[in-house]
Design a protein. Structure first.
Ligand code: CA
Ligand code: CA
Length: 383
């Protein structure tokens, strides 16, 4: 009795000893109960209570700490190894990513206990085809250290302790910078120095498909740097697709300024050219990745613009273009105001004598479209 109630190290053995002693010495039947909390594995300490109720005919004379109507109880406290069930999930804001696009991953992490998790690290590896655009972190309690680097291929967040019930999120915006074969795959993991009884939920992976994209590009060069009214010259337009995908429904459009009249046009194979005197369109149902071709336009300057002559060509596609800045091209040429200015001087006589009077007719000519004022005059000249 004294041993049982005074020390309960090794509950089963103590009980057995106690029961055996009662059987042997008193020849009575004892009832007892012992309860270990079901959450024992999840607690840092566990309290065990053992109680024995002797038959009414037995008088318990033991002076243990807890005796109620003959019931002798004892309690001990045992250490349990701390454990914390950390978990992490990941959700992408899109199901398809295209080169040049940005989208968001939301990582949710938390500790469902029972212990506080120490030295927690959350590591997100962006995966091929993605770099970090921007990111932020939130936590429901405590502090989190998070220093994302723009352009990096991953992020890491740390916290010294993550309490039972504490959760947080990482919001990670990425830019798709290339199109890996297959898919865009991103994995996040959470670790701690505190044992995790359920490791299966400590990583999460998001996989999304890679969408088609095509970087179309266009340039335009005139065969002259300056023009005169009536002159003809060429524009050479280059059309390219730097991929990675074929460009669907590619269309090149060049609306000529009113001072130009289209004389003729020719396009490389793969482009279907349609022309009028004022504009051209060149189309392709699918322009393959790597395509490079030209469109050559012969135009005539029918009048002079107020300033320089500007002509812009553009290309579009129904396939997303990660680099839209090179989808238009402009050529500017000057139009010389006096290049063709003519002047003639004709005398009214072919021979003269001293004292005779005759005329010079001087003609200045400005051809159509010149910026100079028309000036034509007759000047009488006396010698
Ligand atoms: Ca876990
Ligand atoms: Ca482009």
């Amino acid at each position: 009795m004294t041993k049982f109630c005074g020390s309960v190290e090794g509950h089963v053995l103590s009980l057995s000893t106690f029961v055996a002693r009662l059987f042997l010495a008193l020849l009575v039947v004892l009832g007892f109960s012992m309860a270990i909390p079901s959450t024992a594995v999840a607690q840092t300490t566990v309290t065990n209570v053992v109680s024995i109720t002797p038959p009414a005919t037995i008088v318990n004379t033991n002076a243990c700490g807890s005796v109620t109507s003959g019931v002798c109880s004892a309690t001990d406290l045992d250490d349990v190894t701390p454990s914390a069930n950390l978990g992490v999930t990941k959700v992408a804001s899109v199901t398809t990513g295209t080169v040049g696009s940005t989208f968001t991953y939301v990582v949710t992490f938390g500790n469902t206990g029972p212990s506080t998790a120490n030295s927690v690290t959350i590591t997100d590896v962006l995966g091929a085809g993605m770099v970090l655009y921007t990111a932020s972190a939130q936590i429901s309690a405590g502090t989190i250290t998070f220093n994302p680097v723009v352009g990096a291929t991953g992020v890491t967040a740390t916290t010294a302790t993550l309490g039972n019930g504490v959760s947080g999120t990482l919001t990670i915006v990425v830019t798709v910078n290339s199109a890996p074969a297959g898919s865009l795959t991103n994995t996040v993991g959470i670790t701690s120095t505190t044992p995790d009884p359920t490791p299966g939920n400590n990583t999460a992976t998001s996989t999304i498909s890679v969408g088609a994209s095509a970087n179309l590009g266009i340039t335009k060069v005139a065969s002259v740097t300056s023009g005169t009214v009536g002159a003809t010259f060429n524009y050479v337009i280059t059309v390219g697709n730097a991929g990675p995908s074929a460009a669907a429904n590619a269309t090149v459009t060049d609306v000529l300024p009113t001072q130009l009249t289209l004389i003729s046009g020719v396009a490389s194979a793969g482009l279907t050219l349609q022309t009028s005197t004022t504009q051209i369109t060149a189309t392709a149902a699918s322009l393959a990745s790597g395509f490079a071709g030209t469109i050559t336009l012969t135009v005539q300057l029918n009048s002079a613009p107020a300033g320089s002559l500007t002509n812009t060509v553009g290309i579009t596609s129904t396939t997303p273009d990660p680099t839209p800045g090179n989808n238009t091209a402009t050529s500017t040429i000057s139009v010389g105001a006096s290049a063709d200015l003519g002047i003639t001087k004709v005398a009214s006589v072919t021979s003269g004598t001293v004292g005779a009077t005759f005329n010079y007719v001087i003609t200045t000519e400005q051809r159509p479209g010149r910026l100079l004022d028309q000036h034509r005059g007759h000047h009488q000249h006396h010698t």
